[in-house]
Design a protein around this ligand. Structure first.
Ligand SMILES: NC(=O)c1ccc[n+]([C@@H]2O[C@H](COP(=O)([O-])OP(=O)(O)OC[C@H]3O[C@@H](n4cnc5c(N)ncnc54)[C@H](O)[C@@H]3O)[C@@H](O)[C@H]2O)c1
Length: 454
């Protein structure tokens, strides 16, 4: 079987590398219009940072895993086409700021139609509004009718930073197909592909619409947990309850479970906000305004948490950060990735610059993206990979990504090179606060009582 993936991004690259590794008899080609990205996939400097990914790629690259910019030939030769192009939030026209921008998606559909001379299974890998498969099918069926296209939904649940483990041993693989003979045959072909390495009882088959909606729902539920605990972190700070203790206590309830209960500066990443806004827009489109309002609040709470973090920094630092140097530890939206899309660090850095602070950003993987994200205010920002150097002369350190390396730093050394009084704002609750306080820092974490010498 020839498998093609259109879109060589954070999803297309790793998922196809895993299929190629697990199914050596299947030829897997990944295509993209971005030639630089494809060149990087062919090298040892992959275009994305993901632990363990290079080994998986190297195992199959040149054997049954290929990268190319020739989308048309790829389509012509494929039996099964995964579409994994980006589906960002629309920035213009109707639904701007909320609806999904489906222009890349639709272009791909038309390109598949134009280059197909044999039947194809087309698999939606991108996250899409529910019922997008119907639009896809209509475009694909607008040709001469000689070729049959069967559209499946197979949303991706990998998390950046743990993508390889998630792909190797997924909680579940979800496949949505139509309840027709051809639909079920296509579903079976995709089930068989995954069943090579995923236990059969973890491969779930549903109708297409349930599958499309389940991806949006899963992200909405995960983000909702983050916003729920973050909302309580504000109450903890006001009442001397400790959010970590509250999270532990409620997380031990087996009906609730312990994961996604870490209070922080908020969630980031390319998906949560985009997918919830997409859900909100869908609900509004169907006239379900109460449902839309309910989910909108998850996004609003996330913005509140970031604003609250900056407001607290300013207030603790004697109501002004103008002219002060603030070292940001971590710019990626979470640890073990270089991805900064929707990272809380973007909004926090911008607010600090607006307050006329001098911002020094440190991160082991994300400095290139940071430079791009903040290109319009780079005159007020310095990038410094070494966290000790970043802290030199700083009035405060703000930890915005939970990289392991920050917990392991020699904070006596950090304290020595900082201005006094020295402040630490731990936006990920990942440091030893008591130890920092004993060194001499004034420590402000999320959802915990301040440890201040002032
Ligand atoms: N990043 C994640 O963690 C994650 C997880 C699950 C699902 N998703 C979903 O997967 C989809 C892809 O996300 P991503 O993070 O991989 O995006 P990405 O931006 O990293 O990659 C998308 C790629 O598609 C390419 N592309 C766009 N139009 C094309 C076309 N017409 N022909 C060929 N290539 C084209 C782009 O050049 C880009 O390289 C999105 O719908 C996203 O919501 C992402």
């Amino acid at each position: 079987m020839n498998v093609l993936c259109i879109g060589a991004g954070y999803v297309g690259g790793p998922t196809m590398a895993m299929i190629a590794k697990q199914c050596p008899d299947v030829k897997v080609t990944v295509v993209d219009i971005n030639a630089d990205r494809i060149e990087a996939w062919k090298s040892d400097q992959l275009p994305i940072y993901e632990p363990g990914l290079l080994d998986v790629v190297k195992e199959s690259r040149g054997r049954n895993l290929f990268f190319s910019t020739d989308v048309d030939t790829g389509i012509a030769e494929a039996d099964m086409i995964f579409v994994s192009v980006n589906t960002p939030t629309k920035t213009f026209g109707q639904g701007a700021g909320r609806a999904a921008d489906l222009q890349y998606w639709e272009k791909t559909a038309r390109q598949i139609l134009a280059n197909s001379t044999s039947d194809k299974i087309v698999v939606e890998k991108s996250t899409l509004p529910v019922r997008t498969a119907a639009a896809m099918q209509r475009i694909l069926d607008s040709g001469s009718g000689d070729v049959h296209f069967e559209v499946l939904s197979n949303p991706e649940f990998l998390a950046e930073g743990t993508a390889i483990a998630d792909l190797e041993s997924p909680d579940r693989v979800l496949i949505g197909g139509h309840d027709t003979a051809r639909g079920q045959k296509a579903v079976q072909a995709l089930v068989d592909l995954y069943a090579t390495w995923v236990p059969r009882d973890r491969v779930l088959t549903t109708n297409v619409w349930s599958s499309e909606l389940s991806k949006l729902a899963a992200n909405a539920f995960l983000a909702q947990r983050v916003s729920s605990i973050n909302s309580l972190s504000a109450l903890c700070e006001a009442t001397e309850a400790d959010v970590a203790e509250v999270a532990r206590a409620i997380g031990m309830d087996s009906r609730i479970g312990p994961r996604f209960l870490n209070a922080s500066v908020g969630f980031g990443g390319s998906c949560f906000k985009k997918d919830i806004l997409n859900l909100v827009y869908l609900c509004e489109t169907y006239g379900l305004t109460d449902v839309a309002d309910y989910w909108q609040q998850v996004v609003s709470m996330n913005a509140y948490q970031q604003n609250r973090f900056v407001a607290n920094m300013i207030s603790q630092m004697f109501n002004t950060v103008a002219g002060k140097v603030i070292a940001i530890y971590g710019f990626a939206f979470k640890a073990d990735t270089g991805d900064t899309r929707e990272s809380p660090a973007i909004c926090i850095s911008r607010q600090l610059v607006e307050e006329r602070a001098e911002v020094v950003i440190s991160d082991p993987q994300a400095l290139e993206n940071a430079e791009h994200d903040l290109s319009d205010i780079m005159d007020r920002i310095r990038l410094e990979k070494d966290p000790y150097e970043a802290a030199r002369g700083a009035h405060a350190v703000a930890v915005l990504t939970e990289w392991d390396l920050y917990a392991e730093l020699d904070f006596e050394r950090v304290f020595e090179v900082m201005m006094k009084p020295a402040f630490i704002f731990d936006g990920r609750n990942c440091l030893d606060h008591k130890k920092l306080f004993d060194i001499g820092f004034n420590v402000f974490a999320v959802g915990k009582a301040a440890l201040s010498h002032l």
